[in-house]
Ligand binder design. Sequence first.
Ligand code: DX5
Ligand code: ZN
Length: 221
Amino acid sequence: MDVQISPSILSSDFSYLAQECAAVSPAADWLHVDVMDNHFVPNLTLGLPIVESLLKHVTTPIDCHLMIEDPDRWAPAYAEAGAGSVTFHVEAAHAPVRLAREIRKAGARAGMALKPATGIDQYADMLSELDMLLLMTVEPGFGGQKFLELVVPKIRRARELLGPESDIWLQVDGGIGLETVEIASEAGANVFVAGSSVYGADDPIEAISKIRAAAQSAQPS
Ligand code: DX5
Ligand code: ZN
C-alpha cells in the first residue's frame, strides 16, 4: 500500500503561514490543519476564516483535523469551503454517521478520529461510512508530545477490521517521526501526520522524504 504524509502546520510559524505551507508542500500529500477550540482540547489554534484563506494560497489538499466540541454543527462548513478531508472526533460528535454523510455530501473525504483511550470495536459497523479513520497516538491538544505505544494494538485491530487493501485510510497523528513511524506503519497505518519532526528539522522536505521512506519500508507485505 502506498503511504501518505500529512505535515502538521501546528508546528509552523503562524506569522508566516502561507510560506510555511509552501515550505513543505512539494513533498507533502496533504497539509494537516489542526483546528482547536479550547473546549474539546485545552488549546486554541485557528478556525474556518484561516482555512478559507489558506485554500486560496495552497494547492496541496487540506486535511482538517477538528478538535472541537459540536462538530455536527461546524464540520460541514470546512468541507463546503473546499478542504479535501475533514476529520471530526467521535467523542465530540452527537450523530457520527449523519455527520460523516454530510461531510461527504459537501464534497470532502470524511474522517473520524479516536483519542488514545477510545476503543475501536464499538465503531466497527460504521467504518464503511468513512474515508479515513484517525487514531491519535498522543492525547490531542499539542504538538511535540511523545508517541503512545499503548495505541499500537488498536492500530493493528483497526487494520484487521478494515482489511489489508481497504479504501478507507488509516491515519496516525502524534509523536510521529523517524523513530516511531515504522512501528505505526508495520501495525497497519498508511497516512502519517508529522508536525515537530518536520517543522523542527533543518530541512523539512528531506525530513518528509525520510519519514516516507521509513514508513514505506515498514508496510506489511
Ligand atoms: C495534536 C495534533 C497533531 C500535532 C502533531 O493534537 O493533532 O496534529 O500537530 O504534532 P507532533 O507531530 O509534533 O506530535
Ligand atoms: Zn492533528
